[in-house]
Design a protein around this ligand. Structure first.
Ligand SMILES: C[S@@+](CC[C@H](N)C(=O)[O-])C[C@H]1O[C@@H](n2cnc3c(N)ncnc32)[C@H](O)[C@@H]1O
Length: 202
């Protein structure tokens, strides 16, 4: 299967929610990854605790199909939803239902001329604020300094989030979740610097 390297999230055909709203179980914890790609992170989370449900949002449809096929084959509670996360997250999840939101290595769009294609901005922070429950954890990681600054500015600018490391401060205690996304694994193996943010939903 051919998987596109990148797609332009500002393309008009992503304006309407293109995916399928998942049927979620309100009695089980809900964890989400925004821009999940192959969902390695969510599959590993599910392997540690299969009682929760794990939903990835992804704009590349081929990856969504791949993740959902893998999840069915393995019989694990992982699901991917085809969407443009900034625009459609609040249609996918009911308000105040997400216990943990992960944004792992969000963007291929690190050049300044592509800045308007980046995923982490005030619109995404607002959508995460709407779908997360009080005390929810929001964890962001990136190996791109400009994206780290975008994320810091987006979440610091929204007073529904409390920075667990202190205002305008990166989280220095590493990834506490015991699993790694493909990009995190790759960044560690090649010795790249990773910036992290940890927020609590007020
Ligand atoms: C660099 S990859 C990282 C994937 C994975 N989180 C990891 O850490 O290995 C970023 C992913 O976000 C997806 N993405 C980018 N913008 C998006 C958007 N607006 N909505 C949903 N997914 C998006 C891309 O298609 C890509 O799969």
């Amino acid at each position: 299967m051919r998987i596109r390297q990148h797609v332009n999230p500002r393309a008009p055909h992503y304006e309407q929610f293109p995916g399928v709203k998942p049927q979620l179980d309100a009695t089980r914890e809900l964890e989400i990854e925004v821009g999940c790609a192959d969902a390695q992170f969510l599959f590993e989370r599910a392997a540690r605790d299969a009682r929760a449900q794990y939903v990835g949002l992804e704009i590349r449809e081929e990856l969504v199909d791949l993740v959902n096929r893998q999840a069915r084959l393995r019989g694990v509670p992982v699901l991917a939803v085809f969407c443009q996360a900034q625009l459609h997250m609040t249609q996918v999840f009911a308000p105040g239902t997400v216990a943990r939101a992960f944004v792992n290595f969000p963007d291929p769009w690190f050049k300044r001329r592509h800045q308007n294609r980046r995923m982490v901005d005030a619109v995404l922070a607002d959508a995460i604020a709407q779908v997360t429950r009080p005390d929810a954890e929001v964890f962001v990681q990136t190996d791109v300094w400009d994206i780290a600054l975008d994320a810091l500015s987006a979440f610091e600018g929204d007073d529904r989030f409390e920075n667990r490391a202190g205002e305008w401060t990166f989280w220095r205690a590493g990834n506490p979740y015991g699993v790694r996304s493909w990009r995190e694994q790759n960044a560690e193996e090649t010795g790249l610097m990773v910036w992290r943010l940890m927020y609590r939903r007020r």
